[in-house]
Design a protein around this ligand. Structure first.
Ligand code: THU
Length: 137
């Protein structure tokens, strides 16, 4: 049943329309799937004070967590300077760390280039030997 991936990829592409990226021009949309099948979307939100920018992935995570969600299956990410970018956009290191906080190693990341065109990774692949909270407890 691959249809959910198609829907998640489509939601990330759609969320991209709200990207606020007047400084970089790099527009990103993300769509996060919860264990119960709900989708939370996000876009990047930049700021004149550049360091205050927030990535699309973290926007989606923070929206979901702030509404009580803690269990996630997958995230789709679509980004680039062009409407139909040549390359796949990969989550930055900070976003991978946020994924590590809430997701297991099998959490799936779809990097979406356009409709029906994405690559699939596990969090294990994108953040090997990640730092988790276990050692702090
Ligand atoms: N960006 C994301 O939204 N997600 C990523 O994983 C990589 C980077 C945004 C942040 C900034 O607004 C722009 O892309 C350029 O770095």
């Amino acid at each position: 049943m691959e249809n959910w991936k198609e829907r998640l990829a489509g939601a990330a592409l759609a969320a991209r329309q709200y990207a606020y990226a007047p400084y970089s021009g790099f527009r990103v949309g993300a769509a996060l799937l919860t264990a119960e099948g709900k989708i939370f979307t996000g876009c990047n939100v930049e700021n004149a004070s550049y360091g205050a920018a927030n990535c699309a992935e973290r926007t989606a995570f923070f929206k979901a967590v702030s509404e009580g969600e803690r269990q996630f299956l997958a995230i789709a990410v679509a980004g680039g300077k062009e409407e139909e970018p040549e390359d796949y956009a990969y989550p930055c290191g900070i976003c991978r760390q946020v994924m590590q906080e809430f997701c297991g190693a099998d959490f799936m990341i779809l990097t979406v280039r356009r409709k029906l065109d994405w690559q699939e990774y596990s969090l294990r692949e994108l953040l090997p030997h990640g730092f988790g909270g276990d050692g702090l407890r």
